[in-house]
Design a protein around this ligand. Structure first.
Ligand code: SF4
Ligand code: SF4
Length: 226
């Protein structure tokens, strides 16, 4: 079996390939809208109300409308397919929840109205240090730390019993019911959703790249058109 570093490199290579393919697809859609008289790059500063600027407007509409909807619909499909898989009750997500934010940052976000952060801090408390988290499941903690470059915090839920059961199952927050809802989340090997993640990985990477490219062009077009 490939080591963590090899897996990471393979994943990065695959993502790069998918990113280039996604960008070419989007550029093809821009080209379909290109007026005959225009040969300049899409991100050129055109005169107001010119053919060039109208082309940019159409491309912006495409990004905000059709393309964003395609991404959203595909994401819903992926999440619907997740229902075909089952939690195996390993309790890792209760015992080793991770976030790129510290507890203080999450509390602040919750105070500012972030619903996810509010739910997260309503159940999870931070480990005192990384060694405490490592004692639970060292391979998983090492994998997550490696993949995130170390910028990660581990949490546990006091509602988890010694028998690895939720003591407040009926009232668990939505984030517990929905986990894992991000196909790019790093899952422990024991998780019942690993097969789902593996199967949809190329589509999830494609959607991730599309979102990044759509955001890039939306920002650049808005800048040149202002
Ligand atoms: S509330 Fe229950 S399901 Fe949610 S993290 Fe805690 S123990 Fe797990
Ligand atoms: S990590 Fe996966 S299998 Fe384990 S409790 Fe969470 S959802 Fe279930």
């Amino acid at each position: 079996m490939a080591g963590i570093e090899e897996q990471l490199n393979n994943q990065k290579m695959l993502y790069r390939e998918i990113f280039v393919k996604s960008e070419n697809e989007i550029k093809k859609r821009f080209e379909e809208l290109r007026p005959d008289k225009i040969s300049d790059d899409l991100l050129t500063k055109f005169a107001p109300d010119s053919d060039g600027e109208n082309w940019q407007k159409q491309c912006l509409e495409l990004l905000n409308g059709e393309l964003s909807k395609e991404v959203y619909d595909k994401m819903l499909e992926i999440l619907a397919y997740r229902k075909m898989f089952k939690c195996s009750g390993c309790a890792t997500c209760c015992n080793l929840a991770c976030s790129e934010y510290s507890y203080e940052e999450l509390k602040q976000k919750a105070q500012n109205g972030d619903n996810f952060a509010a739910q997260f801090t309503s159940v999870f408390v931070p480990y005192e240090n990384i060694n405490e988290a490592r004692a639970i499941y060292p391979e998983y903690v090492d994998l997550v730390t490696e993949k995130t470059g170390g910028k990660i915090y581990f949490y546990h839920c006091p509602k988890l019993t010694a028998e690895k059961r939720c003591s407040d199952y009926e009232n668990r927050p939505q984030i517990c019911r929905d986990f894992p809802d991000n196909p790019l989340d790093i899952l422990p090997e024991k998780c019942g959703f690993c097969a789902w993640k593996e199967e949809i990985n190329p589509v999830a990477l494609m959607l991730h790249s599309l979102i990044a490219i759509i955001e890039f062009y939306k920002q650049k077009l808005t800048e040149v058109m202002s």
